[in-house]
Write a protein that binds this ligand. Structure first.
Ligand SMILES: [Zn+2]
Length: 287
């Protein structure tokens, strides 16, 4: 059933193209808007656990508005990977995200794991979310981030078949590349830096016994990862969660990190769709 043969799962090469505007490295600020769907998708019984659901409810009520304020202050445009369930449940906050010039991209419908879903569920998660984006917001997603940070060969082919131009889920590079699928060229990948997954630092007692990390610890990790990626000329891709990032003490981490990045002066900051546009332009000319 499983192919355990000794070969790399990913043979795509990340080309060494220049960043736009003469910048030497890049930042991809990205948020995963799971809201309540991450809880009820993990366990349907959570639908009646109102306190558990309220972790996700914080996003639309406080977390995302505060994040939008911070991004506005730093004049940064970001991508929000929003579940279809969250679009249906919280249309107003999604409209506020778009009104500020940010991108909304695909993150499943009910935040179900692509790697364990049967074929019908996989297709439903994909198409129901696309339908919510069209029906509620009038948009079609350019990009996709895998719920639970996991995907499968079938899901990668599904992204391609639906016309999704980029994925931002893999952990195997510091520069974008184009996936090579059994059917041929696949979506562009903007690989993520898992050190920027703040779920691990700030919402731990429901998901692990580890204590929360304070500002100095998180900021130190983020600066170290970013500074070295900058020296290597790569992209730092963030994996922030508004039910964590938007908490009072944690918004300061985002604020201070963006201040650090902007002071560098040589960092190109783009939304996922901007990375995809740039990659495709380079494929057509530089490569
Ligand atoms: Zn998620």
């Amino acid at each position: 059933m499983f192919d355990l043969s000794p070969k790399p799962a990913n043979t795509a090469v990340a080309p060494d193209f220049p960043w736009p505007l003469g910048k030497t490295c890049a930042l991809f600020p990205a948020f995963d808007v799971d809201a309540e769907s991450v809880w009820i998708g993990a366990d349907p019984a959570n639908a009646r656990r109102l306190i558990t659901r309220s972790y996700g409810g914080y996003e639309a009520r406080v977390g995302i508005p505060k994040i939008l304020e911070t991004l506005r202050h730093h004049e940064v445009k970001a991508t929000f990977f929003v579940t279809g369930w969250s679009i249906d449940a919280h249309p107003a906050i999604c409209e506020a995200i778009l009104a500020d010039g940010h991108e909304i991209a695909h993150h499943g419908y009910l935040h179900l794991r692509p790697d364990t879903a049967d074929e019908a569920t996989l297709i439903e998660e994909m198409d129901r979310a696309i339908d919510a984006m069209k029906r509620v917001l009038g948009i079609f997603p350019a990009g996709y981030r895998a719920p639970w940070g996991e995907t499968s060969p079938e899901q990668m082919e599904l992204l391609k078949s639906r016309g999704i131009r980029y994925s931002s889920s893999f952990r195997d590079d510091i520069r974008p590349y184009r996936h090579i699928l059994p059917s041929g060229p696949g979506p562009i990948e903007i690989p993520v830096n898992y050190s920027f997954d703040d779920w691990s630092y700030g919402l731990t007692h429901r998901t692990s016994p580890r204590a929360m990390f304070g500002r100095e610890a998180v900021l130190s990790i983020w600066k170290d990862e970013f500074d070295q990626t900058r020296e290597w000329g790569g992209v730092t891709t963030m994996v922030m969660h508004p039910q964590v990032t938007g908490r009072p003490m944690r918004i300061r981490i985002l604020d201070q990190f963006l201040e650090h990045v902007r002071q560098c002066g040589d960092v190109w900051i783009g939304r996922g769709v901007d990375f995809a546009d740039h990659f495709e332009a380079c494929e057509a000319t530089v490569l």
